[in-house]
Design a protein around this ligand. Structure first.
Ligand SMILES: [Zn+2]
Ligand SMILES: [Zn+2]
Length: 324
């Protein structure tokens, strides 16, 4: 298996595209649909003697533009089958607009988070400038968790790991006695994948994501191949670390409400992250929302319209997170 690194700096830094060569030419993920990334991608494939028209199948870990953007171009070049989880399928096919393009969803989300006018305008103009990164519409072939695919003698199992996006899926396989998985943005080596802002369609995003992290711990893969940066050699440890990180962040959210009284999502985000720019104006309050929502679902905070207040004196935050 080969890795093609794309220097996309638009969202989360360098993207990985994985190439599996054999009877079939198969890709896991495709980069963002900009001209420079397309060139890098085509050059990367060429260094392995492959053109986009040679690609038989593309497996997408999730709908985000930096993972799915070039899938339409690849499909147009040679008719590749594009597999994506059913929960993300309509965003990749173009049947449904994401927050990046859906004005009504933007309005509803930014009202719920109480985004002030300045940051809101900055974010809207950022999103407007990035809508084209979605690339061309794709004729998708949806799958569900547990589906299996045989690729050049390897058996890939789709493992649904929702949270960062509704349909995010890993593809697990065993090769040379090593149990590995392409994990997209389910876990990343350096920073924690955004939850709450990265896919606003996900209900109770933090609970879903933490459950997905527990699944990663239980799978105990020998190696995870992420959508960004280098392979993760101890995925279960990394998943535990991320659960712990979210527990600490939840404690910080409780601390903000304790010190400042009732707050809206934007105010909590401001206390956690300070000034934000570009996509972080989406991801910061998204994170704050995910944690407030988690606390609300456990009765630790009460929400009145867009304002959250502590409902419990000394909450046991540890009890809101698993310890796998
Ligand atoms: Zn992503
Ligand atoms: Zn990503």
């Amino acid at each position: 298996m080969e890795r093609i690194r794309l220097g996309n700096t638009v969202f989360e830094g360098e993207n990985n595209v994985y190439l599996l060569q054999g009877d079939e030419t198969v890709l896991v993920d495709a980069g963002v649909a900009t001209d420079p990334t397309r060139e890098e991608f085509v050059d990367g494939l060429a260094s392995f003697g492959v053109t986009p028209a040679d690609v038989d199948r593309v497996f997408l870990t999730h709908w985000h533009y930096d993972h799915a953007g070039l899938a339409g171009m690849i499909q147009q070049a040679g008719g590749a089958t594009v597999h994506v989880h059913e929960a993300d399928a309509s965003l990749v096919s173009g049947a449904e607009a994401s927050l990046i393009e859906d004005k009504a969803l933007q309005q509803e989300t930014f009202e719920a988070w109480q985004l002030p006018d300045g940051p809101r305008e900055e974010l809207l103009s950022f999103l407007e400038g990035h809508a084209e990164l979605a690339g061309d519409d794709v004729d998708v072939t949806p799958f569900t968790g547990g589906d299996r695919f045989t690729v050049n003698g390897l058996e890939l199992e789709a493992v649904h790991l929702p949270g960062h996006s509704a349909g995010l899926s890993a593809f697990a396989f065993e090769d040379d006695g090593e149990r590995q998985a392409f994990v997209g943005d389910a876990i990343l080596p350096k920073y924690t994948p955004n939850v709450g802002g990265a896919d606003v369609r996900v209900a109770s995003p933090l609970a879903k994501y933490v459950d997905s992290l527990v699944e990663v711990v239980e799978r105990d893969w020998d190696r995870a191949l992420p959508g960004h940066r280098d392979p993760i050699e101890a995925p279960a440890d990394r998943a535990r670390e991320i659960i712990h990180h979210h527990q600490e962040r939840t404690e910080r959210v409780v601390d903000v409400l304790d010190r400042h009284g009732a707050c809206d999502v934007w105010t909590v985000s401001h206390h956690l992250f300070g000034e934000l720019d570009t996509i972080h104006i989406l991801h910061g309050p998204g994170e704050a929302f995910a944690h407030l929502d988690h606390l609300e679902r456990h009765g630790v905070v009460e929400r009145e319209a867009t304002t959250y207040r502590l409902a419990v004196d000394e909450p046991e935050i540890e009890a809101l997170f698993p310890d796998p």
